[in-house]
Design a binder for this molecule. Structure first.
Ligand SMILES: [Zn+2]
Length: 127
């Protein structure tokens, strides 16, 4: 069904989207972006609209997820070791921010670091 879309992810920043988009397209998967124009015209509005939504055809869903999992940067702790989720033991966490906006994303050391497990969604504090 060519007219069905699957939303692979949403991104706060266009730069992040371009990396994923470029990789997927290099693998022959068509990529569709939503809200990118809004984001480009006013980056600060991205929080309100949930950022750029990256979609692929549903038929490409499985491959797109596999590729995305491969290239996304998982969080590591201060020793460079993968952050392990205390709940499900997955090593698939990403830095989590308390929706404080661009400032805290650029300068995360002002905020106590947290991680969000991408497997079960649990949010943990850094040690
Ligand atoms: Zn987990």
């Amino acid at each position: 069904m060519e007219d069905k879309f699957y939303q692979l992810a949403s991104f706060e920043y266009v730069a992040d989207v371009q990396i994923v988009k470029g990789k997927l397209e290099s693998e022959g998967i068509p990529v569709f972006l939503r809200d990118e124009n809004t984001l480009n015209s006013d980056p600060l509005i991205s929080n309100a609209i949930g950022g750029v939504k990256l979609q692929v055809y549903s038929k490409d869903k499985e491959r797109a997820i596999a590729i995305y999992d491969e290239i996304r940067a998982y969080a590591v702790d201060n020793d460079g070791e993968p952050v392990v989720c205390p709940n499900c033991k997955a090593q698939k966490s990403e830095p989590y921010y308390n929706s404080k906006g661009v400032f805290y994303k650029l300068f995360p050391f002002f905020e106590k670091r947290k991680y969000k497990c991408l497997n079960c969604g649990m949010i943990t504090n850094s040690k």
